[in-house]
Design a protein around this ligand. Sequence first.
Ligand code: CU
Length: 387
Amino acid sequence: MESTTAPPRRPRASDTVSGAFWMVATLLLGFAVGLVGLLALLMWSDARDARDAAAGPSAAVSEAGSSTAGHALADHNVALPIESFAGVVPDNAAELAEAHAAYDAALPPAPAGDVVEVNMVLKDMTVEIAPGVEYNTWAFDGHGAPGPIVHVREGQTVEMTLTNGGAIPHSIDFHAARIAPNVAFKDVAPGKSISFRFTASDPGVYMYHCGTKPVLAHIANGMYGAIVVRPKAGLPVVDNEYVLVGSEWYLNGDGIEQPASLDMAKARARTADWVTFNGYANQYVTHPLTAKPGDTTRFWVVAAGPTNNVNFHVVGAMLDRAWVNGDMTQYQRNVQTVVVPAGGGAVFDVKVDKEGLYPFVSHAFADVDLGQVGLLKVGNPKGASTH
Ligand SMILES: [Cu+2]
C-alpha cells in the first residue's frame, strides 16, 4: 500500500526568492503602518497646539501683557530641553535669606460671631520666592503667595468679597464651600468685586485658589491660600499651631537681574525651579518655627500645587496624630509620612520631647532640593540641621 504522505520537498531557489519578497513586503508594510501612525500623531499634536494657541492657556496667559506674552509662540516648542533655574541664587544669598521676613506661619485666632467677613484685594506684584529671586505674581490681598490664612469655626458663615485690582479677570474658589461654582466662583473683571456667602460646615484645612482658566497658570502665579475650619467638637489642646502651604514655581528666567514670570511649558511638563512652604524656598530653615521641649505642635498643611503633592514628614519625630485628607472625624496614630494631595489638606500633631532641630519636609526629596524644607526648632539647640 502506497503511503499518501508526500515526501518532504527540498526547498528550491524560487522559494527563497519568494520568501525574501514576502519578508521585505511585510517589513515595508510594517513601516508604512508605523509612518501613518506617526503622521496621525503629529497632525493630532499640531491640531491640539493650534487649538491651545487659539483659545487655551497660551492665549489667556498672553493677555496678562507681562513677559509671559511671548509664550503663545513658545508653547509650540514644548519639546525638551527645558532650561532649569533650580537653585540659581546670587552670591549673597545667605545674607538675603537672613534679611527676608518669613511668611508668618502661626495660625491666627478665629474671629467670634456668626458671620466672618473676609475681604481680599487682588494685586499684581513682584515678590521674592527664594533669596534674591523675584517673580511676578498675581497675589491675593497683596500677600504674595500664599494669600492670607483664613481661620473660622465650623458653623460660621463666611462672607467673602474679592476685589480684582489686577490686569486680567480672576476669581476665588473655596474648597471649604458647598456652593454653586458658576455663581460664586465666577470671573471678576479688573476693577470689579464679587461677594458671596457660604457656611463653613465641614471642619478641616482647605485650599482656596483662583479658578480662572487656565487654572494652571493662575495657581502657578501664586493665587492660592489656606482656610482652616476649626471643628465644633474641639480638638486636643496643643502648644503651637502653624499653617504650611506647599507649592511650586516655574520660571522663565532666573529672576535675579529682573523678575521672572511663568513658563507655561515648564508648568505643563512639571519641571519646577523652586518648591516651597509658604511661597519662599527654605525660609523656615533660616527662620525656624519654634517649640519648647515637650510641646505638641500642630501643622495645618495644604498642598496648593499647582501640581505637586506634599509628602509630609518630620525628621526625628512621628506624626502622633494625622487627620489624613483633613477628615476631622478620625485620626491615624504614629505614622511617618502622609501624602497631602495637590488640592488637598491634612492636619498633624507632632510631640517632641528633646531639644533639637527637626526638619519638616516633603519626603519626595527632589522637592527638598528645590526648597521645600523647614525646621522646627525645639528649645535652643546647638549645631546645624541634618537635612
Ligand atoms: Cu486668577
